[in-house]
Design a protein around this ligand. Sequence first.
Ligand code: GZL
Length: 325
Amino acid sequence: MKKKLLSIVLCVAMVMSMATGCSKASTQTSGDNDKLVVGFAQIGQESGWRDAETASIQFYAGQKIDSIELKFADAQQKQENQIKAIKSFIEMGVDVIGLAPVVETGWDAVFTEAKEAGIPIVLVDRMADVDEKLYSTFIGSDFILEGKNAAIEMATLLGGKGKIVELEGTVGASAANDRKKGFDDEMAASYPDIQILESQTGDFTRAKGKEVMESFLKTYGDQINGVYAHNDDMMLGAIEAIKEAGLKPGVDVKAVSIDGVKGIFEAMAAGEANVTVECNPLLGPQFFEVCEKLKAGETVDKWIKSDEGIYRQDTAATDLPTRKY
Ligand code: GZL
């Protein structure tokens, strides 16, 4: 009996040491100085857009495993998890840290740690509210312009007058803050006969977008002539709610959102949505190009802007096969 117990204890000890050995090994950089070692702290998997961005980053690194080592962390939409990931990347001594900040504020301390460690930070698709000395560049869209364009599209659909509701992105996210600012400011400045009845966060998710639209419909019913959603995923949820309320999305309730994911092109082709303002998630190539430059000690532009289009119902069926995300 004693022998059996001993052998079990030894086995467990062996497994434990291998496990810790593995976890230590996975935190070491490859040790090959020529390889570009990048840590990326991703927000999560809240939308189709986010999944497309993750795929773009992982695919690019996967194609270049001889020259790029990617350490990827999924923060499940929690800032504290992104901060933990950044700290671990600093400890590993990566060459560059990339992240899509889930919210704009709360980054000064950990970005300062990265700077003191001599590791550049690249902001991807969302901004952080920090001194610009604390990051190398922002690769992403002009969210204020996206919001302004959405307002112009909505006003065109409504003939300049009507009542609308607004589904906002994640509270505190730069994409939500600026898409709201761009839209609401344009509405106030140019379309006084369009009233925003209510505006609430749907956290960029389809499920929450449906839930909030259901509550808007309970409160305002067929007074609602249009809905503006800060991303297509929330709009797809809102479309479900509009149909369940017995109204026709895209007809009774005009639908304008942002991202340009495949699902919204399918909805537009079915006549259930009207406009999507494109926001490019396929940032992998640009991101690694910047990382290579930073590793080589080159300077990069402070803002690498994505250029994007506006897509409408009338061309959605022909656009759909060309869409890459
Ligand atoms: C925009 C990005 C936003 C998308 C959403 O750059 O941060 O986050 O519009 C995503 O779909 O959740």
